[in-house]
Design a protein around this ligand. Sequence first.
Ligand code: ARG
Length: 460
Amino acid sequence: MSNKMWGGRFASGPDAVMAQINASIDVDRKLYRQDIAASKAHAAMLAKQGIIPAQDAKKITHGLDTILSEIEAGRFEFKAALEDIHMNVESRLADLIGPAAGRLHTARSRNDQVATDFKLWVRDTVDALDDQFADYQRALADKAAEHAATVMPGFTHLQTAQPVTFGHHLLAYVEMAARDRGRFADARKRLNECPLGAAALAGTSFPLDRERTAATLGFDRPAANSLDAVSDRDFVLETLSAAAIAAVHLSRFAEEIVIWTSPLVGFLKLSDKFTTGSSIMPQKRNPDAAELVRAKTGRIVGALDGLLMVMKGLPLAYQKDMQEDKEGAMAAFEALSLCLAAMTGMVRDMTPDVERMAAAAGLGFSTATDLADWLVRTLKMPFREAHHVTGRIVAAAEKRGLALDALPLAAMQEIEPRITKEVFKVLSVAQSVKSRTSFGGTAPRNVARQAAKWLRRLGK
Ligand code: ARG
């Protein structure tokens, strides 16, 4: 049997493999809510413009509402033979209301339909993700406020660099998440143009009111070029790019959680809620959630790569290749949402080992820069020279196996006679972080202020 929606010129049905490669219903059924909303907006506009009888538009709307409740109640039978969500819905509409259903597809094509549905889906998804990002930021800012004065080593090259505060470190991720939200918000603004009414590719001879359809569906305006409207997938590429960058941020933090919870480092503990055991080694507590956040970045970045490859070289306008836009993107956004939930949970769950962090913060001559700065400030030494003198003092301390603040004054004076005992005031870890008061610096006062600012801004 040929296809009942488009089979007029076909004598027989498709080969089984053709049907299998062609069907997208297992993926695009997730668009049912958006598909129904767009159809209702289209039907109402058609009636308003006198293109279809108002009576039929009413039947269509009721029928679509019935289908929505059937799907939500799990009573809808999705059929692969009907290819996709659009034809599944329209076919069921015909079962429910008869011939009036046939008027719905006036001045519309699946090409503008799918672009509209998927845009609406991406927009809903971006809005839900934004709420999750805000939760994640709140969790970070709460912890940061609590640990504004908790010292830890700051690293460059994963070597001890200078002492920082744990709160400051957490607030770095709040800033990243803010940029992530900004990227999504920016993409959302650009995507908010309605493709519906572009029809197959050329527009239509019917007197549509595209402004009206756009407004009904919450778009800012109709897309201005029908060819572009049906062939544009920038809205997926842009939001996937934002997702990929966000996932990279989360994976960096996840990696730090893995490092910090290792017994070799021991900065952080996660509770039973966010760790798992080993089936053979009874002593183990593994940070699997963090490892999986780190790993899921692969599929999110992969989805962006995949769609860029699908789109490259596609001539205008719609090509069936574009049906491959949904599966990877939907999985990617789902993964990002799960990663955000897991990271938010881990941030709330984590307990830093404050003593261990403080002890580590003092290792590795971490206050050497403070010594150099003291030489600059007190002895008016040029920084380059101060750097050199400090290097020699560090070497002397290292040779004796002493920390910088344990090196006797006499030993320092052998290298620079003008050093006084005042220098010891700047060599402690606590003093070091306290002195970092420049804007954006790690001083506990700065951190407390920034955390409070974020919590206010995040509405808490
Ligand atoms: N299932 C299709 C997709 O997701 C809908 C558009 C099909 N258009 C067509 N002319 N065959 O892209």
